[in-house]
Design a protein around this ligand. Sequence first.
Ligand code: NAP
Length: 240
Amino acid sequence: MLNGKRIIIAGAGPGTGSATAYLALVNGASVAVIARNEARLNALKAELSRYGRIEAIKGDLSTAKGAEEAVHKAYEALGGLDGLVTVLGGYVEGGISEVSEDDIFNMVRVNLAAHLLTVKAAVPLMKRGSIVMVTAIWGPYVNWPNHVAYVASKAALSRVAETLASELLDRGIRVNVVAPGGIRHDFKPGRDWRSTRRLGDSSAPPEDIANVIIWLLSDQSEWVNGAVIPVDGGFRLRVR
Ligand SMILES: NC(=O)c1ccc[n+]([C@@H]2O[C@H](COP(=O)([O-])OP(=O)(O)OC[C@H]3O[C@@H](n4cnc5c(N)ncnc54)[C@H](OP(=O)(O)O)[C@@H]3O)[C@@H](O)[C@H]2O)c1
């Protein structure tokens, strides 16, 4: 589905980022994964190298300088850029009485600003292509009391899809947002993940989220643009 495409996965950790890298590789893409933990990135590269070309780039995407440096390194390593996935994220609990100033700004930085800074760095390097940003169902689809900073940051990212997509229409770059429910961190390449969950479960194997991301990166979804897609197996229908 992604033959020949060059994809950056920004904020690749043990869950969705790793699963997206794996499914992109087996679908024919070359991949560059970016995160701060170099040892984990190198372990992921070693684990997935047999499926295709994967580059590991150490970088902190939470500042404009960090995002620009990491995205440029990834672009050079791949020799071009056809797709970007911003999957980094953070989490904090707390209602309005408990949440601190740092909590609020940290959530906005990692769940919103870092995504925008990464997209800002990547857009000038893309001739056309697809951008997929990952948020959560909490905020855009589901209320979550006592998580006010987290929910605010996730809700804000979901509202950016249409604005970015409209700005980039004439560049031939699509922008969509995926909103997962709970995600497990038990990714293993090549396993039968479908047998590990049922519709309506509160959390899913990361391959379920990655599968939708792969489709959004591919030309199969070429007429989907500016959308926010809940990817939760219907869990939100139990709780909202
Ligand atoms: N886990 C859940 O239950 C859940 C539920 C709903 C939505 N989400 C959201 O879905 C997305 C994927 O979640 P996941 O749990 O599957 O994540 P993941 O892909 O396993 O990991 C994301 C990675 O982002 C990296 N990151 C964080 N800050 C960064 C920064 N400043 N610069 C570069 N990389 C950074 C972290 O790696 P380093 O520490 O190595 O930098 C982290 O491991 C996130 O946006 C998350 O908030 C998660």
